[in-house]
Design a protein around this ligand. Structure first.
Ligand code: SF4
Ligand code: SF4
Length: 204
């Protein structure tokens, strides 16, 4: 199997698990939403990206692309795999407000950033979805992709464990800071201070 095929398989496996978990948080809101945030320009990004197009070949969408509505159908997004990173990144105020604590909100923001993190610096400084020529995909290297994947897996693991059991392993904070550097739930210095860190997490 080529390096590219291995990357595609690993990406699909990760996206599948991330999406299943995010659905447990978002579906109850999105199902009843009367102001759906999907936009045709976000859908178009998936058409313009050779990498996301490869994912669709492996996991075909449930409906064909519409020039008017993109992938949006009456029952939601038709894509099985390969949504644009922005589709994961946006969390509306309803979803954020439904989280019990500030730290819970931080945790789901980490979840929403994982797909974007996974694709960063895939080829030089280029993100996976910024690679616009199909032939350049063959220059992707599995080892480089796996570094990002390891971070993303750790992020998914620590957040799902926290949201299921309310238990948080502070050793993962540096990875979370890497995934969401602009997030202010804890600063890099704060992450080094075990006592203050735990206080911050559980007092919110
Ligand atoms: S994320 Fe929020 S705004 Fe977007 S469809 Fe779901 S509930 Fe609606
Ligand atoms: S979730 Fe699907 S329908 Fe919505 S913007 Fe993204 S690709 Fe389009």
């Amino acid at each position: 199997m080529s390096e590219l095929n291995k990357i595609v398989e690993k990406y699909i496996d990760f996206e599948k698990r991330l999406r299943a978990f995010m659905d447990t948080i978002c579906a109850q809101h999105c199902r009843n939403c009367d102001d759906v945030c999907c936009r045709q320009e976000f859908c178009r990004e998936t058409i313009e990206s050779p990498f996301l197009s490869l994912l669709r070949e492996k996991a075909p969408p449930l409906a064909t692309y519409s020039s008017e509505f993109g992938w949006l159908t009456e029952t939601g997004c038709a894509l099985c795999m390969g949504r644009a990173p922005v589709c994961y990144e946006f969390l509306c105020t309803d979803i954020l407000a439904s989280q019990k604590t500030k730290f819970d909100r931080s945790m789901i923001k980490v979840l929403s950033a994982l797909i974007n993190h996974l694709g960063k610096n895939a080829l030089g400084p280029r993100h996976l979805v910024e690679i616009l020529h199909k032939e350049d995909l063959h220059r992707l290297r599995l080892a480089r992709f796996e570094k990002r994947l390891n971070d993303a897996e750790a992020g998914l693991n620590v957040v799902t464990t926290y949201l299921r059991n309310q238990s948080f392993d502070g050793r993962y904070l540096p990875i979370l800071v890497r995934i969401t550097p602009s997030q202010v739930y804890v600063s890099k210095d704060f992450a080094k201070d075990e006592h203050r860190k735990q206080k911050s997490i559980f007092n919110n």
